[in-house]
Design a protein around this ligand. Sequence first.
Ligand code: IMP
Ligand code: MG
Length: 177
Amino acid sequence: MAEHIKKFMTEEEVTNKIKELGLLISKDYEGKEVHIVCVLKGASFFACELAKRIAVPVTIDFMSVSSYGAGTESSGHVKIIKDLDEPLEGKNVLLVEDIIDSGRTLSHLIELLKSRNPNSIELCTLLDKPERRVVEVDVKYVGFQVPDLFVVGYGLDYDQRYRNLPYIGVVEFDEEK
Ligand code: IMP
Ligand code: MG
């Protein structure tokens, strides 16, 4: 089925929000270092832009996970595809995500990262779909709350496409003619 993308949030809105989050995080971590943990692939676009707006020293590491289970529902059982390069011991971890949907993947991931003894761990997400939450997760920094729509752009994909859109869009499916 063919689809098209309807603009939902402009590039400027997203950029301004990231600046805001950067300021907030810089204040909260004053005198400390932030260790960003970015979950590939979706969050990488947001994580890089956010890192540029944080004024305290920042280090960044990446991991790739997949959740077991068929279809669009994530089971939350996280399988590590690519692990972090660095240990988390003693670090102030800021886990950066693109979007929180059911919360299953994330709650499992946080438990895993906590077991590596960071000094602290907080969560930052660009988008949040609270209506869809199945498992509660404690999110400290949220860019935007969005309704239950399938969004793309700024790292978010539909079938691996549209990650490169500089704005956030909504996927709309065209009627068959
Ligand atoms: P969950 O919170 O465990 O259900 O999984 C969240 C993951 O599902 C996100 O990291 C995204 O990869 C994906 N996801 C959820 N909603 C959307 C969306 O609207 N667009 C693109 N990907 C999404
Ligand atoms: Mg993701």
